[in-house]
Design a protein around this ligand. Structure first.
Ligand code: CA2
Length: 145
């Protein structure tokens, strides 16, 4: 079983600015924790980060061929991207949406997600734990006990 983790724009800056909102861990720190958990759960995991909407659309289309489940933090594209929504809707591979912050407790423009309704579910507001819970949810989805 293979999980693809997709990080949207500016998440490569994690840990460098706005630690009060997004925590002080870097993206590499979060990926290390996800890799450790994936090893314990005996699943393979791959990471992809892009600041470009079209590149994310292309990677999602490719994921349909090489992955079983997607964990995605579309970042700002959550609130703007019909293209990423359409890509998630077009592929067979299920997706779980995650956010570090609680998007429903923030500015009004962050409270709507274009991608939530084409995802299996959304985990938002638990910092790095959103990703770790998302990975557990992804494994449970594909390998129900
Ligand atoms: O809470 C989340 O995970 C978000 O997806 C993060 C996005 C934001 O646009 C969403 O509304 C919620 C922002 C990711 C970029 O994070 C930064 C990290 C360091 C410095 C500046 C931005």
């Amino acid at each position: 079983m293979k999980v693809l983790v997709v990080h949207g724009p500016n998440l490569n800056l994690l840990g460098q600015r706005e630690p009060e909102v997004y925590g002080s861990l870097t993206l590499a720190d979060i990926e290390q924790e996800l890799s450790d958990l994936a090893q314990r759960l005996e699943v393979s995991i791959e990471f992809y980060q892009s600041n470009h909407e079209g590149e994310i659309v292309t990677r999602l289309q490719e994921a349909d061929q090489d992955c079983d489940v997607i964990l995605i933090n579309p970042a700002a594209f959550t609130h703007t991207s019909v293209a990423i929504r359409d890509a998630l809707a077009a592929i067979q591979c299920p997706a779980i949406e995650v956010h570090l912050s609680n998007i429903h407790a923030r500015e009004e423009f962050r409270q709507h997600s274009y991608t939530a309704s084409v995802s299996v579910g959304v985990i938002t507001g638990f910092g790095k734990e959103s990703y770790l819970l998302g990975l557990r949810a992804a494994v449970a989805l594909v390998q129900p006990s």
